[in-house]
Design a binder for this molecule. Structure first.
Ligand SMILES: [Zn+2]
Length: 666
């Protein structure tokens, strides 16, 4: 296994530093209500009265639940999860940048959370304070196990980063409380949470503690889902009969979105053949299916994970790795329905897709999973944040026009400026934990085959425990800006180890050198290059992947992209912005591939590989007083040099139009 990793990549360190310096301190102030903050309440296009916009109540709620403060609990029913997400991001931050002040704050938070835990292990400030008789009875909306899952994930990360024993004790007590209430036995609850998350968390707790009961419980919660398609409806009806109020302001208990499909509970997971309902829920479920299959060897879980994968990646994913085509229910819609402007494409959903892809790689070493992981990560996940770390997107469109977003209610969820914070603050900390833990995605290991797999390239120094032996590898590269990657094996056992390198699908040409000599005795299997002989201490392996500029097209079944082209280079999707190219971007036509060239520009957008295209702009020869339509007439064009930037870097200059899919040469 990968024991520890120091990420030295400038690309990733720049992003980690803004999260450490901007986001983590900012969110600390938010959750502690240390200053008046500016919270965007319109991120979901939904209810804007769900919360005061100047107070979060997060830590205060724990103090009230612990009896250490008087007052009224505030915020969303799932507000506790904000504390947990902060803790998890802080844990990964401490791995990258040790910081005693930050650790002291996090330790204090752990103590406050521990104080709010009930003696039987139950932990949720809403139900402890407001409705103790309603625990686990409104799982369609309560987010109790969702919050528990986020705490457990945070606890695993924080224990690994700092060795804090209390956090792990609280997590195990909480998991045991859930185990006491959910399971096949009579008298226990035969269902799960409306928002998946606990399943993955329990699997991670199992990995850390080797306690079989957590694996068993995770498997139970995955398999019980959808066995009774009316499980949530029965809980809803019971709440109505008892005259209980809705747990989320603005949403009715019997809200139209809350059907079984929305929760992936209309049928058991092994009968689910397409991605339905809330996209973040789906990919959290999928991540647990893939990791659960990898840890348990269960064929049913494996088949469910493959079914979901094939549907999402084969028919419902954007070029940028965004998922979720509609803001109504933040959900998947239909195969090939991928509108570029009214998209939802929540940042969290692409974080979840990155998890899913990573666990699929664990289940089956096939490079295609790494390709999707990079697609989601380098485009939508990173696009969810301003370069300075002070603004975040919830929704990640592939085409915007600010005036339409402001005036068309169907597009109002598509912000054209990143917001400082959100009332429903899921995306920024989710992105933070992903970026801060990026080193965990660089390698995977197999003790059985004595193999180290390089999955995601970045400069780093990594230490492994492989089949009981210590291995140390230093990796040097400027990836993702070029793909010359050098691995120096600094320490390895005498018999060496097998080394496998992922060859992305975009890399049509590649070569590998061992100690300065070109190697030809390797095999390529499922997107990985396996060196023929084990490598050992002192060996230097150099991988070169060609990273040309590519012009790509979409499957013609995607009507939104029909006849259009987009530009990619390596894992990066490119876009055009108004500030580089003028308004009316729909009038631009890209040149041919030979008309495209690029260079790394250190001074543009904090260092990007910029692409220039010798293209055309259609001359608008409609008369000034013209009508909207006329008989078709041959179009005229003028030459225009088109500037393209990586999608993740858009919206860091003046507000304006942006688009990914362009017209080809006429
Ligand atoms: Zn989110």
């Amino acid at each position: 296994m990968l024991k520890n990793i120091e990420v030295n990549s400038k690309f990733w360190n720049d992003r980690q530093r803004v999260i450490k310096d901007q986001m983590i301190p900012y969110q600390w102030e938010v959750i502690n209500d240390l200053k008046k903050i500016d919270i965007a309440v319109t991120n979901t296009g939904g209810d804007t009265s769900a919360q005061d916009s100047d107070k979060s109540y997060v830590v205060e709620n724990f103090l009230i639940a612990a009896g250490k403060k008087q007052g009224k609990r505030g915020g969303m029913v799932f507000q506790d999860s904000d504390a947990y997400k902060w803790l998890e991001a802080a844990a990964y931050s401490l791995e990258c940048f040790p910081d005693s002040d930050l650790q002291k704050k996090a330790d204090e938070l752990v103590q406050i959370i521990a104080d709010a835990q009930e003696s039987d292990g139950y932990l949720n400030t809403y139900f402890t304070v407001n409705e103790p008789d309603r625990k686990y009875q409104s799982l369609y909306m309560s987010h109790e196990l969702y919050c528990a899952g986020h705490f457990i994930e945070a606890a695993v990360a924080y224990f690994k980063a700092t060795g804090n024993k209390l956090v792990l004790e609280v997590a195990q007590k909480l998991a045991d409380n859930i185990d006491n209430h959910f399971g096949p036995e009579e008298g226990k609850i035969h269902g799960s949470d409306g928002h998946e998350e606990i399943e993955l968390a329990l699997l991670r707790l199992y990995e850390l503690t080797s306690q079989e009961r957590y694996l068993k419980l995770a498997k139970y919660l995955l398999e019980i889902r959808g066995q009774d398609s009316e499980f949530f409806l029965k809980q809803q009806k019971n709440d109505v009969a008892l005259g209980r109020k809705s747990l989320i302001q603005g949403l009715e208990i019997l809200h139209k979105d809350f059907n079984a499909q929305y929760f992936q509970a209309d049928r058991p997971v092994d009968e689910q053949v397409e991605a339905k309902g809330h996209a973040v829920r789906v990919v959290y479920l999928c991540s647990a299916l893939a990791l659960g299959a990898a840890l348990s060897g269960c064929d049913k879980l494996k088949q469910s994970a493959y079914n979901y994968w094939n549907n999402i990646v084969g028919r419902r994913m954007y070029l940028t790795g965004a998922i979720g085509s509609t803001c109504h229910g933040e959900a998947f819609s239909a195969d090939y329905d991928l509108p570029n402007d009214s998209i939802y494409g929540e940042t969290c959903a692409s974080v979840g897709l990155t998890f899913f892809a990573n666990y699929m790689l664990r289940l089956n070493k096939d490079g295609v999973y790494g390709d999707v992981m990079e697609r989601a990560l380098y485009n939508t996940v990173l696009g969810g944040m301003n370069l300075d770390g002070k603004g975040y997107f919830y929704v990640n469109p592939l085409e915007v026009r600010p005036e339409y977003s402001k005036k068309n209610p169907g597009l109002i969820h598509v912000l054209t400026r990143r917001a400082h914070w959100f009332a429903c603050a899921c995306c920024p900390p989710n992105l933070a934990r992903m970026v801060m833990s990026i080193g965990h995605y660089a390698y995977q290991c197999s003790d059985e085959t004595n193999t180290i797999f390089a999955d995601l390239y970045m400069a780093n120094k990594a230490e492994f425990e492989l089949s009981g032996n210590k291995v140390v590898i230093e990796e040097q590269t400027s990836y993702p800006w070029d793909a010359d990657i050098t691995f120096k094996v600094q320490e390895a056992p005498e018999q060496g180890f097998n080394f496998a390198l992922r060859i992305p699908q975009w890399a049509q040409n590649y070569q590998v050198e061992l100690n300065g000599t070109l190697v030809s005795d390797f095999k390529i299997e499922q997107g990985f290059l396996y060196l023929a002989s084990p490598v050992g201490s002192g060996d230097v392996i150099k991988l070169h992947l060609d990273m040309p500029i590519d012009v790509v097209e979409a499957n013609p079944l995607i009507s939104a992209d029909y006849g259009k082209v987009a530009v990619m280079r390596g894992p990066m999707v490119y876009c055009v912005e108004q500030c580089d190219n003028g308004a009316q971007l729909q009038c631009l036509h890209l040149g041919e591939l030979k008309d495209l060239s690029g260079s790394f520009e250190q001074d543009v957008l904090e260092g990007i590989y910029q692409i220039k295209a010798q293209g055309l702009r259609r001359i608008n020869d409609f008369a000034l007083d013209s009508s909207l339509y006329r008989k078709a007439t041959p179009a005229h064009y003028e030459a225009q040099e088109i500037t393209l930037i990586p999608y993740y870097a858009w919206c860091n200059r003046e507000e304006g139009e942006m688009r990914v899919w362009l017209n080809p040469k006429p």
